[in-house]
Design a protein around this ligand. Structure first.
Ligand code: F0G
Length: 358
């Protein structure tokens, strides 16, 4: 008999010392965290990098990094007796809120930009029983609405967008895991930027580890926005953000100042990548590495590709690109980008040989 694996350490137990938990915080877990750090040898070779890694966050319970922050935000909401939670979302936050809210027995309301959410994410929220409100407006409008609803006291409800500090606290754990796996911090951390909570969370996580003396140095932070939704790069909000990467289709990020602080304190940069560059990285990481991520996630690799080709990343540099969500969430983009056509054949060995050209 092979030794049983034993229970997986719970994220909140593992990093308890760095999280805002008390003895009164209820235990809650869907198995979040502990995601793989994968050495991308083939894609790295294509980019001219030998130490390129991906933090594959699509293996979280609801298929995105949001679960790390949501588990903390929902546990803290339970701790103070909340009965309901609300968020605006481009899809992943709502999927995560719906799942953790369901597990905690809370009412969940999600407010989404109509027609702009990838199908898988929308279905995750609906199947988990959240009340889904689709507005005639974009994410920025949805966020403004839920902030006002949560601030009013006629209908008590906890806001679980990343303006809730417990979300950022939980998301820091991904930075801890990267350092624990590498035995050091990477030199460069590449990450997509939408509402800008995650880049802020990673920077806070690397800073916690550096302050605790666990790592000597912090990485340079490389944030990437989609060119049609790049307010931080332009230095002004974008009224009508547009990109195939719907998760980061955001024109006025809530954590703007934290993100630019992470960039500046780390000596990093926040740049734009085009939809074509994003989709090329999306196809390449799937076909060269077997990792199916969503388009927004591929923005991190698209940015690394661009900087590496411009000679701005050293060949030996330790680079970690965060792949924030699972490719299964967005079947429409996958269908449009799928390289190979389906070969139709009759049900015989000969017919299959024929279409294969054998
Ligand atoms: N990647 C994915 C897959 C996302 O869903 C998001 C954000 C980001 C990157 C950007 O992270 O906002 O912290 O800068 N999704 C949010 C949502 C906005 O509602 O699901 P960020």
């Amino acid at each position: 008999m092979i030794e049983p694996l034993g229970p997986r350490p719970r994220l909140l137990d593992r990093y308890r010392a760095f999280l805002p938990l008390t003895d009164a915080t209820p235990a809650l877990s869907l198995g979040e965290g502990g995601t793989p750090l994968v050495h991308l040898r083939r894609l790295g070779a294509a980019y001219g990098l030998v130490n390129l890694h991906a933090k594959v966050e699509g293996t979280n319970p609801t298929g995105s990094f949001k679960d790390r922050g949501m588990v903390v935000a929902v546990a803290k909401a339970l701790e103070v007796g909340a009965r309901s939670i609300i968020c605006a979302s481009t899809g992943n936050t709502s999927a995560s809120a719906a799942a953790y809210g369901a597990a905690a027995g809370l009412d969940v309301v999600v407010v989404l930009p109509k027609g702009a959410i990838a199908l898988g994410k929308l279905l995750q929220a609906l199947v988990a029983g959240a009340r889904v409100v689709a507005i005639d407006g974009n994410f920025d409008a949805a966020l403004a609405i839920v902030r006002e609803l949560a601030a009013g006291d006629d209908h008590p409800i906890t806001l679980v967008n990343s303006v809730n500090p417990h979300r950022i606290a939980g998301q820091k754990t991904a930075a801890f895991e990267i350092c624990d796996d590498l035995g050091r911090a990477p030199e460069l951390l590449a990450i997509p930027v939408g509402n800008a909570g995650n880049i802020s969370a990673y920077w806070a996580g690397f800073t916690d580890y550096a302050m605790a003396g666990i790592v000597e140095r912090r990485p340079r932070m490389l944030g990437f926005q989609a060119a049609g939704a790049a307010p931080i790069v332009r230095g002004a909000p974008v009224e009508q953000p547009e990109t195939v990467a719907t998760a980061i289709r955001i024109g006025n990020p809530a954590s703007w100042t934290l993100a630019t602080a992470a960039r500046d304190e780390s000596g990093g940069r926040i740049e734009a990548v085009t939809d074509d560059e994003i989709l090329a990285a999306y196809r390449d990481v799937a076909s060269l590495e077997g990792i199916f991520c969503e388009p927004s996630s591929a923005a991190s690799l698209a940015g690394v590709a661009k900087l590496a080709r411009a000679g701005e990343i050293e060949r030996e540099a330790f680079v970690v690109a965060v792949l924030t969500g699972n490719g299964l969430k967005d079947p429409a983009t996958a269908e449009a980008q799928a390289g190979a056509a389906i070969l139709d054949a009759g049900a015989s060995v000969d017919a299959v040989r024929r279409v294969l050209g054998w």
